[in-house]
Design a protein around this ligand. Sequence first.
Ligand code: PGA
Length: 252
Amino acid sequence: MRKKIIAGNWKMNKTPSEAVALINELKPLVKNDDVDVVFCVPDIDIIPAVEACKGTNIAIGAENLYFEESGAYTGEISPNMLTDAGVKYVIIGHSERREYFAETDETVNKRTLAALAAGLKPIVCVGELKWERQCNITEEVIARQIKLDLWDVTAEQVKNVVIAYEPVWAIGTGLTATPDQAQEVCAFIRAQLAKKYDQATADAVTIQYGGSMNAGNAAELLAQPDIDGGLIGGASLKAADFNTIVQAAVEG
Ligand code: PGA
């Protein structure tokens, strides 16, 4: 049985003091051992967030990293800076990074390898554009992303990778993939992993769905056999909604 992971992606929201206030509101609600709860927060919120989550089951994640260890890369943050601050997870290759900050499958792969080498769990985001789904090439797009983004990732390492299937047309749009659509692609991702590694390895990898997951639709999505959690944007900023999603994962 794979343990479900419910991760909030706060994106560019919450100042450090707002972050601590939200965590203090959420902490008593999401307390349980059956589901892993992660808050991926802006870099400036990391240190107060780690402090506020001490002694709880909540892990803190970053929203990105750079793949070099140190050096003249103004504005970037390294894997070791994150681990030293107590970060456990890092989102890599989110579609907003790909669209607005020119990230490619090649840099997503470099970041994934650097995160794994530092002992971080990368949450690697894949997903098709609306146009690609309309042209019926979703599987081709996903297969290519899995191949490129996980290039050189070993079978042992991939067990520490979380894959987030996030159809780009569903992110922040209120247009959720139906449970069947999401299950179909998550099962396809697992089949690609089985092809690349083996079935036992593929069965050990956590695959999340993300894209307008909310308090109303989470239970149905999380009940699907190949959906092992969620990456939640908008609904992770509201304590009650995020908690409803965590409880759906506990029950599902
Ligand atoms: P959303 O974002 O839940 O607001 O659609 C999901 C994500 O971008 O990870």
